[in-house]
Design a protein around this ligand. Structure first.
Ligand code: ADP
Ligand code: ZN
Length: 191
């Protein structure tokens, strides 16, 4: 592979839930800091998983992050001297995040975006596929299918212990909901 000489590019880290996206994002953030780069970390405001203002992986690793409501707000908040901009849960932004990533990369920033590539139905999720197409580097991680032990590429949504239906609303009041990693063959989406 030909190394890039000028700074500024887009990296996407994608995969199902539990595939290690947050872990990998945190690893890249730490290594950039070791290289004495200025790193700024963002996440969408709606995600309240475990900690309000941090990127947290399922294995407990943690990195402070700024929550932003919209892609435009992210762009406004980027420091002029930032070398690296890292974003977790990027699937929850709207498509404006694509232009923001392009603008930052054009300015010389290394932009690292982590997020789900597929929703619980197994369909492309929000802006992630668009970012994957425009990125210089795409890393697709796999979890382990909890059913069969094969590499998992899908996120199984379970409502009260049963596979969620295709048309189930995203928010189900009063229902016990959980997610698990599954392979293509074990992933179930009843119509
Ligand atoms: P993501 O951000 O992709 O949801 P995380 O980085 O938060 O993933 O978590 C990855 C960690 O989740 C793994 O290192 C492992 O400790 C744990 N884990 C739990 N269930 C699974 C699974 N089915 N497959 C792989 N890792 C799992
Ligand atoms: Zn399986």
């Amino acid at each position: 592979m030909q190394p890039l000489k000028r700074n500024g590019w887009i990296e996407v880290i994608c995969g199902s839930m539990f595939s290690g996206k947050s872990e990998e994002l945190i690893r890249r953030i730490k290594r950039a800091r070791i290289a004495r780069q200025t790193v700024q970390v963002f996440k969408p405001r709606l995600d309240n998983r475990y900690a309000p203002d941090a990127v947290v992986s399922h294995n407990g690793a943690l990195e402070q992050a700024e929550s932003v409501a919209r892609a435009e707000e992210l762009l406004d908040r980027v420091w002029p001297h930032a070398d690296v901009v890292a974003v977790d849960e990027v699937q929850f932004f709207d498509d404006a995040i694509v232009d923001v990533a392009e603008v930052l990369a054009g300015r010389g920033v290394r932009v690292i975006l982590a997020g789900l590539d597929l929703d619980f139905r197994g369909e492309p999720f929000g802006p992630t596929p668009l970012l994957m197409a425009r990125a210089e580097y795409v890393t697709k991680l796999h979890a382990i299918c909890v059913r069969c032990g094969q590499p998992a590429t899908r996120t199984q949504r379970l409502v009260n212990g049963r596979p969620a239906h295709y048309n189930d609303p995203v928010i189900l009041v009063g229902a016990a909901e959980r997610y698990e990693a599954r392979c293509r063959h074990c992933h179930e989406v009843p119509g």
